[in-house]
Design a binder for this molecule. Structure first.
Ligand code: ASP
Length: 431
């Protein structure tokens, strides 16, 4: 029975069980039980996903490039991918801006709460500021410089250097195709064999997903209830309208904008797309990391949506690093919310600056938990808003992070199907 259940059901059940276990532990005052005996399995699951990322990107991208009949296609796919990524991000930010200006959640935020939140979370903001200050230094081309590693092994040793791994794999793949030599064919066959093995490893890891997700959720519930329940409820009611605007924006993109793109450009049906993506979204939700979710995204988009490896191997890893529709939308809403709370009227030019900087900031955001709020500092700086404003939204950031990560991975997968269709590369979708 369990074996025949579709993956998303298993993960969903794991998630519910995790929430129940978390709540039960908190209610019984047995938080330690979850912390010591359940949460570690969540960390193990996360580590397993991260473990596979570098070999997956390398083997899959090199195999993908080797499969391209002509290399000029690579640059065409590259240009199209980046253009669509930027377009969807700008649209997502615009939707966020429209909503936050319409609902104006910051205007009803009580002044005494502002003082209270600034005092309470102000200290936490300093750490984020230091991280963002480092990012702001250097030339505007810094991101390009950083994409080119000076040491291949060092690049592969850090999951944060995904763009560097992508660069190395592309250079390697293109050079491999350019050399005609029997020895090179051996290498090509070897890497494609590694690719098959890595895919099998993902399959094994995903069998552990229901338990991993259970442990992650139980751990989150226990961590969340660190403060008293009444305290957490109080936070949610004060910041409720802001959170609702972010959630409304994410839903508008997922349920209105994406279906439009999917319908017009992708050749898959809305239902088919979301059915295939559901397990990916559940993993994104419970890990809050689009980078950690990448192996699952690749597996589902290839297997269930029939997008070929040539496309997914390039489009998805690049998407994880540069395409974050959920994060950019959230950054726009958060920036305007902070302005509203501080009673700062934003001009049209400033709102346009938010569109540009939120798009750029989301490109620079790593696909790891909490990265979006650090990059928000860049948006705030660009329009001259007080960085202390982060203290206002910090308390509800984690749940919003979970949700925006879901949109981030959904956007990447959607673009993969569009590129596949435009390249005539989509095979029939799986069952
Ligand atoms: N957690 C997000 C992701 O991994 C990034 C963020 O917005 O913090 O996609």
């Amino acid at each position: 029975m369990w074996r025949r259940l579709p993956l998303y059901w298993k993960i969903l059940l794991g998630m519910f069980a995790g929430v129940l276990i978390g709540i039960a532990a908190v209610a019984a005052g047995a938080d330690w039980l979850v912390r010591d005996w359940v949460k570690p399995f969540g960390v193990i699951f996360l580590n397993l996903l991260k473990l596979i990322a570098v070999p997956l990107i390398f083997a899959s991208l090199v195999t993908g490039i080797a499969g391209l009949k002509d290399i000029s296609r690579l640059s065409r796919i590259g240009v199209k991918t980046i253009a669509i990524y930027i377009l969807t991000t700008v649209l997502a930010v615009t939707i966020g801006l429209l909503l936050v200006n319409l609902v104006q959640p910051g205007n009803s935020f009580p002044a005494e709460k502002r003082v209270e939140f600034l005092a309470r979370y102000g200290g936490d903001v300093e750490g984020q500021q230091v991280t963002a200050a480092g990012l702001l230094e250097g030339s505007p081309l810094q991101f390009l410089v950083e994409a080119i590693p000076e040491n291949a092994v060092a690049a592969a040793s850090e999951n944060r250097n995904m763009l560097q791994v992508i660069f190395f794999a592309m250079l390697f793949g293109v050079a491999m195709v350019a050399v005609r030599h029997p020895h090179v064919e051996v290498v090509s066959g070897f890497i494609s064999g590694v690719n098959e093995i890595v895919l099998k490893m993902i399959e094994f890891i995903m069998r552990f997903a229901p338990v991993g997700v259970l442990a992650l959720m139980a751990g989150l519930i226990v961590d969340f209830s660190g403060d008293s329940l009444a305290d957490s409820l109080h936070l949610f009611t004060t910041l409720g309208l802001y959170a609702l605007v972010v959630i409304g924006g994410l839903l508008a993109v997922a349920l209105l904008l994406y279906p439009l793109f999917i319908r017009v450009f992708s050749g898959v049906s809305f239902r088919q797309f979301y059915r295939a993506l559901f397990p990916v979204q559940l993993v994104a939700f419970s890990t809050s990391s689009s980078a950690a979710t990448l192996p699952v995204t690749m597996e589902q988009v290839e297997k269930e949506l029939g997008v070929s490896n040539e496309i997914t191997s390039f489009v998805l890893p690049v998407g994880v690093t540069i395409n974050m529709d959920g994060t950019s939308l959230y950054q726009a809403v958060a920036a305007v919310f902070i302005a509203q709370v501080f009673g700062i009227e934003l001009t049209l030019a400033q709102q346009l600056t938010i569109i540009v900087t939120a798009t750029l900031a989301s490109i620079g955001t790593a696909g790891v938990p909490g990265a979006g709020i650090v990059m928000l500092i860049i948006v705030l700086n660009a329009v001259g808003l007080p960085v202390e404003g982060l203290a206002l939204i910090l308390a509800v950031d984690r749940p919003l992070d979970m949700l925006r990560t879901v949109l981030n991975v959904t956007g990447d997968a959607m673009v993969a199907t569009i590129i596949a269709k435009s390249e005539g590369k989509r095979i029939t979708a799986g069952t």
